[in-house]
Write a protein that binds this ligand. Structure first.
Ligand code: 7RM
Length: 679
């Protein structure tokens, strides 16, 4: 029976004896038949698969067998699934592992506590260097259970959405897992967002419970998280309670709605019955910016998301038992969800929660942390790498980085200079650098150099190869698939995978329109890509009106919306321009109302203030240029293409201006840009 090679031998067909020794037998047998199985045991049963590229092909051509085997092998189910997938991309219907039941917190905690309760699950790298806190699997389960009981006692029910407004810390992770345990969905909002941005997200999610901390600490500065929540909640009638954890010793004013988390948790039981969730029940919402409209609450579900996060974490980074995984992304972004929390914990790993900044207390912070915590995989953003390389190599070389094996990059394209420095200086030329492309929508990494055999080439600055089960295609503007190897165009994904988002909260139609309809039958990413003659992918950036500031997405329309609220402003156009460190900076073209006169410096201060209050600091315009009119087509559409060029100071080759309503206006805008001098 074990030698049956179609799909993974279903566990229920094995004798109890064979079932007990299944992982071992598969490994031994797999090693003889194919070398991939030694690294990826679930691949042992796949016929005709003897290397990683064959495994990739198999995972796409027989994706059901691939994902069924992975799901059985990597997740603990309370009830087995009866269908692997039931998807129709054209209609935006995506279902994986139907009929199956499981609990995500059990998969991330209990099953590891049974085997190794004292293994470290979290290392909280607090803002103050050298004050890290280690949390074992046993402790994290206990905290999660107490919190789960507290939430339950306070009326949180299966299907409710709990908003979490906290910096990376064990209490935030326990809150996420406590929601998963009792069947509630979480909605983590980046703790750098303003009260108004937080309120928008709470209202859209219809949360009645918010979890926060009294204060935050980042880069030596204290932020007033609880006060921000208070301000947000004033315009959120749905909120009935705010759970407040203590990050610092400073007391905060508590209102009738507030609950002191640490105090109340003490009286809760350390066991909390997990709810068996359906595969397709909601695990979390995460808001992200689109090219138009308000931020959208992407919906991720239980089994498929967890499986995909776990598998990519293991195989993209080469994570092994006992490694310390250091993803420095904030938990408020999808990277923090998938690679600081769910992927590593599903794999029983040790994961770092990084609360600080790359420059605090000095530019050696990342590498001092690598040395002190003995980090084996480091995962960060190009913007930080570009920033640090300017401070010089000595901040890196000072520290022992011999534990490092893999260096990951995410969030935006990594330029060759930064890639080379990451590889040569940080990794001493001996670590694999993996440029990982993915999105909030994809749930986990979709294109990256690994997994592949350790000798496979990696080209600097390229995301390289699709992950298992991912079939990228490049489209021309008419929606024709470009089949030649060497080509470029719009990046789409040709078939569903378990990690993909299922919907937009309360607006499934918008999900279908944004992701499924632009190229019917394909998942539309909004990014452009180039494929080399070897078949490797390079991501060239967004094709829509989304800009990427330091790896953070922001829609130009969202910023325009705020700028236009300023009393002096008639209209505005926001574009991105290339920025040395941030990747893209924010450039604002502003038309004043008739007859209004302003001091430019005052206006600039006022607009920055408004944007940071209504959205977040990172979205603030770096440059504001006053213009008489915006270049528009006769149908009234702003020609952003022209404005992008002007912001970049590329005044030639502005392309076809014949559709412009007032071509002379462009010359005036160019003159204004020239007068304002260099960036
Ligand atoms: C993980 C994350 C998604 C957008 C995406 C791209 C850009 C992300 C890369 C990249 C080039 C990369 N989720 N992006 N990774 N561009 N190379 N390796 O960042 O939803 O916040 O942003 O980020 O434009 O569409 S996200």
């Amino acid at each position: 029976m074990l030698l049956q090679t179609r799909g993974c031998a279903p566990t229920r067909l094995l004798s109890p004896f064979a079932r007990l020794f299944r992982p071992y037998l598969l490994q031994v047998w797999g090693r003889r038949s194919c070398n991939v199985a030694a690294i990826m045991p679930e691949a042992a049963g796949f016929q005709g698969v003897s290397d990683f590229s064959e495994l990739q092909e198999f995972s796409v051509s027989d994706s059901e067998s691939f994902w069924a085997a992975a799901a059985r092998h990597r997740l603990s189910w309370t009830r087995p699934f009866h269908a692997v997938q039931d998807c129709d991309l054209r209609r935006g219907k995506i279902k994986w592992f139907d009929g199956g039941k499981l609990n995500v917190s059990v998969n991330c905690l209990d099953r590891h506590v049974h085997v190794c309760p004292e293994r470290v699950a979290l290392i909280w790298e607090k803002d103050e260097p050298g004050s890290e806190v280690k949390v074992t699997y046993r402790q994290l389960l206990e905290t999660t259970c107490r919190l789960g009981n507290l939430l339950r006692r306070r009326g949180v029910r299966r299907g409710d959405v709990v908003t979490i407004y906290m910096p990376p810390c064990p209490m935030a992770v326990a809150s996420m897992l406590a929601c998963a345990r009792i069947g509630a969905a979480h909605n983590v909002v980046f703790a750098g967002f303003s009260a108004e941005a937080l309120a928008d997200r709470i209202r859209d999610a219809q949360s009645s419970t918010v979890v926060t901390a009294n204060q935050g600490v980042r880069g030596g500065k204290v932020t007033e998280l609880k006060k921000t929540v208070d301000a947000a909640v004033r315009s959120c009638p749905s909120v009935q309670q705010v759970l407040v954890a203590m990050r610092t010793d400073n007391p905060v004013a508590m209102t009738a709605k507030d609950v002191a988390v640490e105090e109340e948790m003490l009286s809760e039981d350390v066991a909390c019955e997990p709810v068996a969730m359906e595969s397709e029940d909601v695990l979390f919402l995460l808001y992200t910016s689109g090219s138009t409209g308000p931020p959208k609450g992407l919906v991720h579900t239980q089994a498929g998301y967890l499986l995909y996060a776990a598998l990519t974490h293991r195989y993209v980074f080469g994570y092994h038992d006992g490694d310390v995984f250091g993803c420095v992304a904030d938990i408020g972004w999808i990277t923090g969800h998938s690679y600081a929390v769910y992927g590593p914990l599903a794999n029983g790993g040790t994961t770092v929660l990084f609360e600080s900044t790359p420059l605090y207390p000095d530019p050696g912070r990342y590498w001092e942390t690598v040395q002190r915590l003995k980090i084996n995989q480091f995962y960060g953003a190009p913007t930080a790498i570009r920033l640090l390389l300017k401070y010089g190599d000595h901040w890196v070389r000072k520290y022992d980085r011999s534990t490092l094996k893999t260096l990951g990059s995410v969030g935006e394209p990594i330029n060759t200079e930064a890639w080379e420095w990451y590889h040569r200086v940080v990794g001493d030329g001996r670590c694999a650098v993996v440029d990982t492309w993915w999105q909030t929508e994809t749930g986990g990494i979709c294109i990256s150099p690994r997994p592949s055999d350790p000798d496979a080439e990696i080209v600097p600055g390229m995301a390289m190869r699709p992950f298992f089960g991912i079939e990228p295609v490049i489209m021309d503007p008419e929606g024709k698939v470009l089949t030649s190897k060497e080509t470029s165009g719009a990046l789409c994904i040709a078939q569903p995978w378990p990690g993909m988002a299922r919907s937009i909260h309360r607006d499934h139609q918008r999900f279908v329109e944004t992701y499924c309809q632009p190229y019917p039958g394909y998942f539309h990413t909004g990014d452009g890509a180039r494929r080399s003659k070897e078949g490797y992918y390079k991501i060239t950036g967004r094709l829509d009106d989304v800009i990427n500031v330091s790896g953070h997405r922001i829609g130009t329309a969202e910023i325009e919306d705020v700028v236009n609220q300023c009393g002096a402003v008639a209209e505005s156009a926001i574009v991105g321009y290339s920025h040395d460190i941030k990747g893209e900076g924010v450039y604002a073209f502003v038309v004043l109302k008739k007859g209004v006169e302003v001091d430019e410096a005052d206006l600039s201060r006022q607009l920055k203030d408004m944007v940071s209050k209504k959205i977040a600091k990172y979205a603030c315009p770096d440059f504001i240029q006053l213009v008489q009119v915006l270049p528009k087509t006769r149908s009234g559409k702003i020609m952003r293409r022209v404005l992008r060029k002007v912001a970049e100071q590329e005044f030639n080759g502005l392309g076809d201006l014949s559709t412009l309503d007032d071509p002379a206006a462009v010359q005036k805008i160019i003159q204004g840009r020239r007068d304002s001098g260099a960036k």
